[in-house]
Unconditional design. Structure first.
Length: 475
């Protein structure tokens, strides 16, 4: 070894020894090298501590009809005994659980529609164990969102702020708080695995999901997906039961858009284009000289619709919505369905081999005007007591039935064996009056039901004629 190399090595060794000595001196003085506050240094723990009080457990109960006869579902016996098996049916309570979170100091709660769908009774349990009875302000199955209300009698509730899901990046850390499998206020952590996921299954039909590997289990539905800033970026909604680390949440920006409508109208003022569409086949594309391999064909345009006003025509092929490619006719439906009434969209089309773009102001789905019937309203409860479910009459149904005025409530279901069924009311009938009050919307129904009378007289429209049906409510 050369003398110069030896000198260099000795010099480096002295530096290393000196550095080690300084570290030992610091430790000996009692100064930790990596001091960490358990909350400020751990954002997940801080989020769990501060935001869990705004996350609620939701318990629902619904009465369902169950047959107690062992051969009730046997088609052979039904062939001979028919409706006799109805005598062996009874109503039994069915319970379910989910999650939700407070979004207003007055007690509004955001959750999934499927958590409260069909519920006769909804109870909300706070993190401190306090229990409130909740009512449904509005719900929409298309977006799988519902808004509940609890009455704190002047109490101000804790809330979680809503964030901006459009700015959420793939790979960002997120926290899920909820009530999985009945285990109250569980906290799980993961990342946003993907955005704009599409799920089309038996009970889920949605485009635009956030995908996350934060553990989401049955009971988590309706709970918040929170970023590390402590703001909600999604509403936990669905899981793939046979997979691990794959859960889905509705982007909070979608919830922001629909929440006001749910509170104000009970339903979402969804966008409406006013066209009939079909898939773009290879034969159609070849015959019309269309080079693109994606899009949806407009097969008809409804009169006085936003599409007609914008100049869309039969035979146009829709290629894009606001510059985003339309893969097929189903995707076109979903892209329009997820927009609000009054929103302007640019629709890229090809017509007679020429590309162009039309600006369309979306309208409101006909029949969606007016107030929807909340399941917790006085009118809905009265109708349920006699075995009826009703909804506003759509414009399409009004024209088909020949109703001239915009009024009446359509009977959507009649419970077997109920007083309404025995009185002759059928699905598809239109209720024009209740106890002499003309029914133009859900508010009129509540007004008529508020009298508290034990008897109910319904004016029913069917096949161009009207008749009265008298029943005893709750019997």
């Amino acid at each position: 070894m050369k003398a110069s190399d030896k000198g260099f090595t000795v010099f480096n060794m002295r530096r290393i020894i000196l550095a080690a000595a300084l570290v030992l001196a610091v430790l000996a003085a009692g100064v930790p090298a990596m001091a960490q506050d358990p909350f400020s240094g751990n954002p997940v723990a801080k989020i769990a501590k501060e935001l869990s009080p705004a996350v609620v457990n939701i318990d629902v109960e619904a009465m369902v009809t169950r047959s107690v006869h062992p051969f009730a579902d046997d088609p052979f016996f039904r062939q001979f005994f028919g409706d006799e098996f109805k005598k062996f049916s009874r109503s039994v309570p069915m319970k379910g659980r989910g999650s939700g979170f407070l979004v207003s100091r007055e007690g509004r709660i955001l959750t999934n529609n499927h958590v409260v769908e069909g519920a006769d009774k909804i109870s909300v349990t706070m993190s401190d164990g306090e229990v409130y009875e909740a009512s449904v302000l509005g719900k929409d199955p298309t977006f799988d969102l519902a808004v509940l209300k609890i009455d704190g009698k002047g109490k101000e509730f804790p809330i979680i702020e809503l964030g901006d899901s459009d700015k959420t990046e793939v790979g960002e850390w997120v926290v899920a708080i909820g009530n999985p499998l009945g285990l109250e206020h569980s906290v799980t952590v993961g990342v946003v695995s993907a955005k704009n996921r599409s799920i089309h299954a038996a009970n889920v039909n949605f485009d635009g999901f956030l995908q996350t590997d934060a553990a989401i289990n049955p009971g988590n539905s309706g709970g918040p997906l929170i970023d590390l800033s402590g703001r909600v970026v999604g509403i936990n909604t669905a899981i793939i039961p046979y997979a691990q680390g794959i859960g889905f949440a509705i982007p909070v920006n979608m919830a922001k858009q629909v929440m006001d409508d749910l509170v104000k109208y009970g339903s979402v003022k969804r966008g409406w284009l006013g066209v009939y569409i079909q898939s773009l086949t290879k034969e159609f594309a070849e015959a019309y000289g269309i080079k693109e391999d994606h899009g949806a064909v407009i097969s008809d345009v409804l009169a006085d619709s936003p599409a007609e006003e914008a100049g869309l025509k039969r035979g146009d092929v829709v290629l894009t919505i606001n510059g985003e490619k339309v893969k097929d006719h189903q995707q076109l439906v979903n892209k329009i369905r997820q927009r609000m009434s009054g929103e302007k969209v640019s629709i890229g089309i090809v017509r007679q081999g020429k590309l162009s773009a039309l600006s369309v102001t979306l309208g409101e789905i006909p029949g969606n005007e007016g107030e929807a019937i909340s399941s917790g309203s006085a009118g809905a409860k009265m109708l349920k007591s006699i075995g009826i479910e009703a909804a506003p009459v759509t414009e399409e149904a009004r024209k088909k039935l020949g109703l001239k005025e915009k009024e009446g409530l359509a009977v959507s279901a009649v419970e077997e064996g109920s007083v309404a069924a025995r009185g002759g009311i059928r699905e598809g009938d239109v209720l024009l009056e209740l106890n002499g009050v003309r029914l133009k919307n859900a508010s009129d129904l509540d007004k008529a039901a508020s009298s508290g009378r034990a008897s109910a007289v319904l004016l029913v429209w069917r096949d161009g004629r009207t008749f009265f049906v008298s029943v005893r409510a709750g019997k």
